[in-house]
Design a protein around this ligand. Sequence first.
Ligand SMILES: Cc1cc2nc3c(=O)[nH]c(=O)nc-3n(C[C@H](O)[C@H](O)[C@H](O)COP(=O)(O)OP(=O)(O)OC[C@H]3O[C@@H](n4cnc5c(N)ncnc54)[C@H](O)[C@@H]3O)c2cc1C
Length: 375
Amino acid sequence: MDYAFTEEELNIRDTIRQFARKEIVPLIGQIEREKKIPDNLIRKINGMKITGLPFPEEWGGSGASFVSFLLAIEELSYTYITFIYSSIVSFMAAYGFLNYGSKYLKEKYLRGLLTASLKGAWAFTEPDTGSDPMQLKVRAVKDGEDWVLNGTKRFITNSGLADIVVIFALTEKGVTAFVVETQNPGYIAGKRGDFLAFCGMDNGDIILEDVRVEAKNILGEEGQGFDILLSVEVFAKVASCAGNVGLAQAALDQAVRYAKEKTHRGVPIGVKFQMTQWNLATMAAKVAASRAFLYSIGAKIDKGEKVPAESSLLKIFTAAAAREVASDALQVHGVYGLSKEYPIERIYRESKFNEVILGSNEIQRVIAANALMRG
Ligand SMILES: Cc1cc2nc3c(=O)[nH]c(=O)nc-3n(C[C@H](O)[C@H](O)[C@H](O)COP(=O)(O)OP(=O)(O)OC[C@H]3O[C@@H](n4cnc5c(N)ncnc54)[C@H](O)[C@@H]3O)c2cc1C
């Protein structure tokens, strides 16, 4: 299929592809074992300035298309999906500043995020909820000219690495987005997440103990936080779907490789067994459909169209497709698919994540169905 990518988009894709295969591939085994990304690699990834790709040059971005950002995420994910969420949450913070930040907030933080001299995080989820704003327990109380935040956020990507975090807290007027510097007294990076996959990722609790925030560090208006969250998440969701496409393509390629290598009485299983062929063809169809859906939404975003419901449909479809393709690809490998010697074992574990995070796919169905009922 011809996606009519521009030369600039193809150059960005190729640059990230070469970088990922040269710098990341040799370290995946070590990261998976040690559950830590080497500092040197973090510096190199920051140097690729992926977060800044679709932002205006005026603020330190590259002025590239949103599709370029999707291509970069797809390539990273194809190699090692663990890395995409750090870029995506920094993107969320930056996108929040660009669209809702005052001149003061933009000047203080946006350029730093886009040039990778600052790392961002985006903290909504708490121990009791990741979906429902009414159940938030982190509270912000006015004290003189400042606000004082208390409570715990959970499962926050970059919580131990970030310089600034957008924290969603309840005030009398509702959910409010506060920009918190992680060096503020009372900001504590707590217990680290330990998941089925995404081993090297920095993710964990944020404990807020009387963290003092100036009123000018409110993003948007008091009470506007949930609207900001939903509008920024649309773009993050689409970016995460580029992760689904990259992961599904990686699973398919592993299956095809194995189906060529593994023989049965001297004939490759991908040639001999129709069941294997059926699996490969079904996987390829899901990857192709996911990619076409992804870049059609990316093109709409670049034209300035709004895609709140489509982004949910995209996440429902591509996350399930990635999980199904990874499962079928493991099946093609037989028992070797269960062995850590083959990449498909890791890819299979990774493939479940995007049905749960960035708003579970049940919530995406609610968003999409409500839009249908309104329409
Ligand atoms: C690797 C990783 C990285 C993450 N990074 C971040 C981050 O940077 N920032 C952040 O804020 N969070 C982050 N999260 C948290 C993640 O986004 C949330 O876990 C996710 O949004 C789902 O929230 P929950 O698990 O708390 O589900 P809950 O809201 O507690 O829901 C529990 C279950 O009930 C269902 N449910 C809830 N409400 C409804 C409803 N109205 N209708 C139908 N079903 C419903 C859900 O679908 C789910 O199955 C991360 C999680 C992981 C694993």
